[in-house]
Design a protein around this ligand. Structure first.
Ligand code: HEC
Ligand code: HEC
Ligand code: HEC
Ligand code: HEC
Ligand code: HEC
Length: 172
């Protein structure tokens, strides 16, 4: 009888380990699905449909390297009083009443040593936002993941458009 016990125990241990590993993998999978969560599920599409242009909320791209993200003041100019019945808007109005800036999670980012300028691309190069940012302007929910722009994507376009492809143009 003693001989039988050992394999049984081993079996239980194996099942236990498998369970723990699966739970761990499942959590990792869920996290990679969920990705980033913004403090408010901002809806780009509904604002575009109401006639807002990108620069109403991202005001800097014609003049500066960065596009800029909306300060609460911009939202407050329309949302001080309720426009909808939405729960999300109620939460926005709490931010406005309390004067708390919304800490939007940054999605697109190049590494520190890479120089990127919106002014150069949008104002000078005349590249449309969607070429690099896809259909974010038509999305009803924020993208769930931080987006990367690969070096290959930058360089392919530079090659096509005969823009500078020296390493030092981007790596300053
Ligand atoms: C009413 C204001 C508003 C308008 C209009 C608007 N945006 Fe946004 N945008 C936001 C807010 C708020 C966020 C942060 C939440 C999010 O990621 O959705 C954001 C995020 C973004 C981001 C990601 C920024 C990052 O952190 O990397 C991009 C890219 C962007 N918007 C592009 C656009 C483009 C292109 C348009 C025009 C088609 C546009 N937006 C119009 C408010 C706006
Ligand atoms: C120029 C006016 C204007 C500005 C500025 C503006 N909104 Fe809106 N917002 C609207 C309108 C119009 C609606 C849609 C009302 C409707 O559905 O009839 C709306 C709807 C919403 C809703 C509810 C719809 C939903 O379920 O998503 C939220 C939340 C919201 N806006 C957040 C924001 C945030 C955050 C900002 C600042 C980054 C902002 N808005 C800036 C006009 C504006
Ligand atoms: C040629 C590609 C390209 C184009 C065109 C472009 N972007 Fe970007 N955008 C980027 C990259 C790359 C980053 C990350 C930059 C960084 O880390 O400094 C970024 C970051 C952003 C951000 C977050 C950081 C910030 O600058 O505030 C916003 C918002 C944004 N873009 C909006 C826009 C809007 C709106 C347009 C159109 C007017 C636009 N972008 C056009 C490539 C582009
Ligand atoms: C869709 C096309 C396109 C993409 C994608 C693109 N660029 Fe550009 N880029 C241009 C054009 C066009 C110019 C030249 C604008 C002008 O006429 O000055 C330029 C110019 C530049 C310059 C100035 C170079 C110089 O010294 O003259 C830098 C730096 C730069 N881009 C960095 C980047 C980085 C970093 C990325 C990727 C994150 C990127 N670009 C993605 C089209 C693009
Ligand atoms: C048009 C812009 C551009 C040019 C030209 C360019 N790079 Fe990059 N490079 C980038 C961007 C953007 C990244 C970051 C990509 C990412 O986040 O995955 C990068 C990343 C890298 C990295 C990874 C380390 C880091 O900084 O994240 C190395 C190494 C690198 N580049 C070397 C080079 C060399 C060598 C050349 C010249 C042959 C070159 N690059 C030319 C835009 C450029």
């Amino acid at each position: 009888m003693k001989k039988l016990r050992k394999p049984k125990k081993l079996g239980l241990v194996l099942i236990g380990v498998t369970l723990i590993v699966s739970v761990f993998l499942l959590i990792m999978l869920l996290e990679s699905w969920g990705g980033t969560t913004q403090p408010l599920p901002f809806n780009h599409k509904i604002h575009a449909e109401n006639g807002l242009a990108c620069e109403d909320c991202h005001p800097n791209f014609m003049e500066y390297a960065s596009s800029g993200r909306p300060e609460l003041e911009i939202c407050a100019s329309c949302h001080e009083e309720a426009l909808t019945e939405s729960e999300e808007e109620k939460r926005l109005m709490e931010y406005i009443q309390d004067g708390n800036e919304i800490e939007w999670v940054r999605l697109y980012r190049v590494p520190e040593d890479v120089y990127f300028s919106h002014r150069r691309h949008v104002a000078v190069g005349n590249v449309k936002c969607a070429v690099c940012h896809g259909d974010i302007g038509e999305s009803t929910r924020p993208p769930s993941k931080v987006r990367k722009m690969s070096m290959g994507k930058c360089m392919d376009c530079h090659e096509d458009q005969e823009a500078n492809n020296d390493c030092i143009a981007c790596h300053r």
